[in-house]
Design a protein around this ligand. Structure first.
Ligand code: ADP
Ligand code: MG
Length: 483
């Protein structure tokens, strides 16, 4: 849904396009054998190629090519069998070569599609224009010494995929959903770890505004935004700023800007007039990259089941709602966990337990799925006890908490604490008879037509049985005795 901004002079619509930089998962860099390990000592992952020593030549890393192709296939994009590496020339201290090797005219991946999962299970398709491979730059560090800057070249030459969306996004929420889905797909594929706080994924955010239905307006580009929240914040800020200018009769400069989180604003970095002239030309050190169709087909054959088809399957085969399916497939590990719990069991009950008490306990304890004290088999065992009537859903919550604390199985806890559900009609009848005998006025009211009071009797019976009475049986007996 397009987000409308109510201006003084009428409605405005946001138009957004994202350029996402995703770091490729590979052991070594795009054109050198240096390690890509995150967190190494500064300048320890630097080969002579990365340091741009004279005479060094880049050698293309096949693994990075495969990862880009797999990512393209993951968004159903056209794979270009012919692509070319270009030099993008500019000088900066963290780029010792004096140019970045990138792909401008012939990217490795062409047009593709990302499906957004929006609120209420709604979906929307967003176009991807292209994905190209390029080198990352190093890092300049300005805050460790009052007078000097430091350079860390560990990241120099690491492979990035630049994923360029079409200007199809219409709200901060859609932009957030787009980045989440891209990240999810790349994590399933194992092509980018998507850890935005480590800089593995960051976005340039292009924003313009227009009157609904009219031509696109002039856009600004806010560089290097490194979280989904900040991407959404950037869009809000920029759209409002642009509307304000336009409504006061001004025009938007096509410029590069920077987010200032602390002051909830953006600042200009450089305008189009002073934009770089990158003097792109094909890199003479590298041949054009030509792929065989069979190379692409092999990679296509080995792709895992991705979030969208998995979601479809959870809906059609397991009967989950679109919302539940969307939540459960977002991370591959969660989807696997859920499937292990649901296997051979009531899938909706399994989904409720995974998304409810289980996610709740994970969140509360700040643990990852991998460190959960309750395994998929453990949770499955608990669900079995609910399904076969051994315990009620309410007692199950208590059992789950004990499982989380102790790591014991549901069966052992039910046994130890004597939590087995009472389904024996005789035992329940005895409890109910006593409650009826002790509460004559309530009995009179129910018999006089106050049906709501039945609920009160159910509550009293459950309480008297320590929560163990089978609620179905309780209701049945109460209706028979009070009806
Ligand atoms: P350039 O080649 O100047 O970088 P592109 O056409 O490749 O420009 O677009 C870069 C990004 O800007 C893309 O993600 C695209 O979707 C987005 N974009 C293009 N035009 C607009 C616009 N009018 N408003 C918002 N985003 C736009
Ligand atoms: Mg661009």
């Amino acid at each position: 849904m397009a987000k409308v901004i109510k201006g003084r002079t009428g409605d405005w619509e946001m138009v957004i396009g994202l350029e996402v930089h995703a770091q490729v998962i590979s052991n070594s860099k795009l054109f050198s054998g240096a390690s890509t390990n995150f967190g190494s000592e500064p300048n320890h992952n630097v080969s002579l190629v990365d340091a741009a020593m004279p005479g060094m030549l880049p050698v293309l890393n096949e693994e990075c090519v495969k990862q880009a192709v797999r990512t393209g296939l993951g968004i159903k994009a056209a794979i270009n069998l012919y692509s070319v590496f270009d030099r993008k020339n500019y000088f900066y201290a963290d780029l010792p070569q004096g140019y970045q090797i990138s792909q401008l005219y012939h990217p490795i991946v062409g047009e593709g599609t990302v499906i957004l999962d929006l609120e209420g299970g709604e979906t929307r398709e967003v176009g991807v224009e292209r994905i190209h491979l390029e080198q990352d730059a190093g890092k300049s560090i300005h805050d460790q010494d009052p007078t000097r800057s430091f350079i860390d070249l560990n990241r120099t030459g690491v492979a990035l995929m630049e994923i360029v969306s079409k200007p199809d996004l219409r709200s901060p929420e859609e932009a957030g959903a787009y980045v989440r889905k891209l990240r999810s797909i790349m994590r399933y594929l194992g092509t980018c770890d998507g850890n935005m706080d480590e800089g593995s994924m960051r976005a340039d955010v292009n924003v313009s505004v227009r009157r609904p239905g009219e031509e696109f307006g002039t856009r600004t580009e806010t560089k290097n935004v490194n979280s989904i929240r900040f991407i959404m914040q950037t869009i809000e800020i920029e759209a409002k700023r642009q509307v304000e200018i336009l409504e006061n009769g001004g025009t938007i400069d096509q410029e590069t800007r920077q987010l200032d989180v602390a002051n909830n604003t953006t600042h200009p970095l450089r305008s189009k007039e002073e934009a770089h002239d990158y003097r792109y030309f094909p890199c003479p050190d590298l041949l054009p990259l030509t792929l065989e169709q069979s190379f692409v087909d092999e990679l296509a054959k080995d792709l895992p089941e991705l979030p969208d088809p998995k979601k479809e399957r959870f809906i059609s085969e397991l009967g989950l709602s679109a919302y539940d399916a969307g939540v459960l497939v977002a991370e591959r590990e969660t989807a696997n966990f859920f499937e292990a719990v649901a296997k051979g069991r009531d899938a909706k009950l399994a989904a409720n337990w995974v998304m409810g008490d289980f996610f709740g306990a994970l969140n509360k304890s700040g643990k990852d799925l991998a460190d959960s004290p309750v395994s998929a088999e453990g949770l499955g065992g608990l669900i079995d006890l609910i399904s076969d009537g051994t315990i009620s859903g309410r007692i199950a919550k208590e059992v789950f908490e004990a499982m989380w604390e102790s790591g014991k199985s549901a069966g052992d806890i039910v046994e130890e604490k004597g939590l087995k559900q009472i389904s024996d009609t005789g035992a329940i009848e005895a409890i109910i008879d006593e409650i009826i005998a002790n509460n004559p006025s309530q009995v009179e009211q129910v018999r006089g037509g106050n049906e709501k009071l039945i609920g009160w009797f159910v509550g009293q019976t459950m309480k008297a049985s320590g929560g163990k009475a089978n609620p179905g049986v309780v209701n049945q007996i109460l209706k028979a005795k009070l009806g």
